[in-house]
Design a binder for this molecule. Structure first.
Ligand code: SF4
Ligand code: MG
Length: 320
């Protein structure tokens, strides 16, 4: 659970005046145990910053992050690694090229002082569970395909039996044909092990079948959040619409202007006034540039930040 999490970075050096880049702006986000949350948005929207904060790699500037009801800072590094494990985008750079697959998968346990035959047996068992052929356990990363490397990274994340798995673009470096295999694997493992999963992607299609809930992020804010089926069938926010149109057939292949996203992704250093999506929003009216929309609940599970959401009757619209 995150409450009011904000993360600022100082940018600019030399003669340039220091500026503040607000990567996260008051993010509230909860994930229920054993559920998968899909976190979706364009690159630069703050998804990866959010992942780093959850992993304890970075501290929030303000706000709090609770894991299992306790502030994340109250766990030490080892406890945190026990609870939360990452799977990153690039299986090429995240595996040590000088270690065998077996050593890579076992590494988190060796850090904890475990070893011996029982660890070796566990590595082999897990390698099987993630679908790695037996003989590859002795191989080096350079001998593996991208998909196989990502299976190794997943096994390494799982060996310590974490409760939460944070997958940041876990398939975007892989061939399309391999992507769905890896997503299916994550889905099955999550169910088998009752993991809580946060699946981060720029692509709504990637989270479609895996996520119980979806949060759509824009410029450091959650602009819509709800059960996956509500987001896919009844999105309220124009930005969610645009993301949906970009990925769902038969509209695949629509050009960016038709999505209403022709304008550039704005700078988080100098975000637009009012609703930060307004320069790119097809539904924007005068009010949008003036006033930031508050969070509105469509129902107990579904909320959004927009003055003029889909399915809003005219008389319910703010008077401008
Ligand atoms: Fe578009 Fe206005 Fe809604 Fe922002 S508040 S998403 S600009 S309609
Ligand atoms: Mg990223």
């Amino acid at each position: 659970t995150m409450r009011g999490v904000t993360r600022d970075y100082s940018v600019g050096s030399g003669f340039a005046r220091k500026q503040t880049l607000r990567a996260l702006r008051g993010v509230d986000l909860g994930v229920e145990r054993g559920k998968t949350l899909g976190l979706v948005g364009e690159s630069g929207c703050g998804k990866s910053t959010l992942a780093k904060i959850l992993l304890g790699v970075e501290e929030p500037t303000s706000g709090e992050v609770l894991v299992g009801g306790k502030p994340i800072q109250s766990y030490d590094r080892i406890e945190r690694a026990r609870l939360i494990q990452p799977v990153f985008q690039d299986p090429y750079s995240s595996l040590n090229p000088r270690m065998t697959v077996e050593a890579i998968i076992a590494a988190p346990m060796r850090v904890r002082g475990e070893g011996g035959r029982s660890l070796q047996a566990k590595v082999h068992e897990l390698a099987g569970e993630v679908g790695l052929p037996r003989h590859l356990v002795e191989a080096y990363p350079s001998q593996l395909s991208g998909g196989q490397r990502q299976r190794v990274a997943i096994a390494r994340a799982l060996i310590g039996e974490p409760e939460i798995l944070i997958c940041d673009e876990p398939t975007s470096a892989l061939d399309v044909s391999v992507q769905s295999q890896i997503l299916n694997l994550l889905h099955n493992l999550k169910r088998q092990l009752n993991l809580t999963m946060i699946l981060i992607s720029h692509n709504l299609a990637v989270v479609h079948h895996l996520a119980d809930d979806v949060a759509v992020m824009y410029l450091g804010q959650i602009v819509e959040r709800g059960p996956s089926r509500d987001i896919f069938e009844a999105a309220r926010h124009p930005y969610s619409d645009a993301l949906l149109k970009a990925v769902l057939p038969p509209r695949a292949g629509v050009r960016l202007p038709e999505m209403g996203l022709e304008a550039e992704f704005p700078s988080p250093v100098n975000p637009p006034s009012g609703c930060t999506f307004h320069p790119r929003c097809q539904k924007a009216r005068a009010l949008c540039a003036e006033q930031a929309p508050c969070r509105t609940d469509a129902d107990a599970e579904h909320s959004y930040r927009c003055h003029f959401p889909n399915n809003l009757k005219d008389e319910e619209c703010p008077q401008v």
